[in-house]
Design a protein around this ligand. Structure first.
Ligand code: IMP
Ligand code: MG
Length: 197
């Protein structure tokens, strides 16, 4: 097997059969690395205009680590100098379904009081994670909180929350790659792909 697999005219770059344990189907390409990077350039323009040079970029771990890294550099190219912070949340449940309980794992960043915060997550799904994170930022005394997600699954929403900046709105499919995992696998894929179980 080569380094990529062709699916519907796109290739899931970097995928090999090594990832194919557990019996699930191989990932099918959804957005190629070039599509993601073009979308991030455009988002960064919108965010830089709205946020100005100084703000706090708060990355929701683990899934948003690659998105935040690329977004931060696209923002820097537009003159932004954000302080970058991290917070980790876990929603307990199976590999593909959350149980509805979202918990902070480890420390929450200090010094958010009076700051303008941009919260960055990988996927807005039921909305519980983003809502929990946003409430914690508000409780920490932030002056304003804006939210940015790479992917939005509006059909899945259960909590009353929307993102201010959305990379791509998608159907109810399970996504991997570009930092996003299925049972800790596939985060390394440069493209966004979906798996069908
Ligand atoms: P929510 O709390 O239901 O909105 O879920 C948000 C979190 O669930 C995201 O930050 C992801 O970590 C995870 N998640 C939701 N959908 C997917 C998916 O399709 N693939 C991988 N993780 C997902
Ligand atoms: Mg996540």
């Amino acid at each position: 097997m080569g380094r990529g697999r062709a699916h519907g005219g796109l290739t899931v770059t970097g995928f090999s059969d090594h990832g194919r344990d557990g019996g699930e189907s191989p990932p099918t390409a959804l957005f190629a690395a070039g599509d993601i990077s073009r979308r991030i350039e455009s988002l960064a323009g919108d965010i830089a205009r709205a946020m100005g040079p100084e703000f706090v970029l708060l990355c929701v771990l683990n899934g948003a680590f690659i998105f935040t890294a690329d977004l931060a550099r696209a923002l820097a190219a537009r003159g932004c100098r954000p302080r970058i912070e991290f917070a980790s949340f876990k929603s307990y449940g199976s590999a593909t379904e959350s149980s509805g309980r979202v918990r902070l794992v480890g420390e929450f960043p200090g010094n958010l009081s009076g700051e303008r915060v941009l919260l960055v997550d990988d996927i807005l799904d039921t909305g519980r994670t983003l809502l929990t994170a946003r409430m914690m930022v508000e409780d920490a005394g932030a002056e304003t909180v804006a939210t940015c997600v790479l992917l939005d699954k509006p059909a899945r929403r259960e909590a009353p929350v929307e993102a201010d900046y959305v990379g791509f709105a998608i159907d109810d499919v399970f996504v991997v790659g570009y930092g996003i995992d299925y049972a800790e696998k596939f985060r390394y894929l440069p493209d966004l792909a979906h798996i069908s179980g």
